[in-house]
Ligand binder design. Sequence first.
Ligand SMILES: Cc1cc2nc3c(=O)[nH]c(=O)nc-3n(C[C@H](O)[C@H](O)[C@H](O)COP(=O)(O)O)c2cc1C
Length: 264
Amino acid sequence: MLLLLKNKESEVIELKKNIVGLLFSLGVILVGITGCGEAKDTGQGTAQSTIETVADKSGKEDSETNQETVADSGTDVKAENQLDDHASDSGETNILIAYFSHAGENYNVGVIEKGNTEILAEMVAEITGGDLFEIKTVNEYPTEYKACTDVAKQELNDKARPELAASVDNMDQYSVCFLCYPIWWGNLPMAAYSFLDEYDWSGKTIITLNTHEGSGKAGTPDKISKYLSGATVIDGLAIQGATAQNSQDSARAAIEEWLAELGY
Ligand SMILES: Cc1cc2nc3c(=O)[nH]c(=O)nc-3n(C[C@H](O)[C@H](O)[C@H](O)COP(=O)(O)O)c2cc1C
């Protein structure tokens, strides 16, 4: 009987989690209906980036609510070799960790001093020895969650490319970029596209790392791959924002395992 009750309880928890995902998904679908495709028409199918899939160890789909995607055991060998090939000869790091992250009031975590994605980006920088770069917009986003979602939705609908406050001046130095971002309305924040627009990505490898509250990766590695020309996009890791914020040991363990799979 007790067991039955426990099962019921966990079903209710699961149901709650699924509702969170469904709410975001619904929002995403609505945004999708209003026409927000981000694929930039390069006009040349062959010029597009290739995408390497780092499969999910849990074997679960991105859409699974609140399910963190943890690095897989079956990392694409080609992807690992490509990373090895990118080893720097100069002694300077060839790894850039570029992140977009928003502190203030956020979904499921209350008011936070440091954004969920920023926490993870810092871990990656610490473990890999790469350089951190913040993708920051000139016009800051509202601190209040609802107001921020409104601005973000408008930007998505407009396919806006918000102006960035700073650039990476020595991009040639980097052959690997961990691109870290939260899912905003089922997509990358538009500021991340502004960042991608600024550089020539040919020959470089982009590894995705994102946080979310139910949407997983929301197909963003594929979106990046379609958007860019000439880069190799590695379909990376998704971690729930609340885990990054409130269970940092567990987030770090997932990051360490994933990076080890990638050869770091
Ligand atoms: C404007 C906005 C839109 C969001 N849209 C989604 C979404 O579509 N799917 C999802 O799972 N989470 C969504 N979230 C939640 C964030 O992805 C999640 O809280 C993330 O961890 C925030 O990372 P940050 O603190 O680094 O900004 C959204 C949050 C904001 C502020």
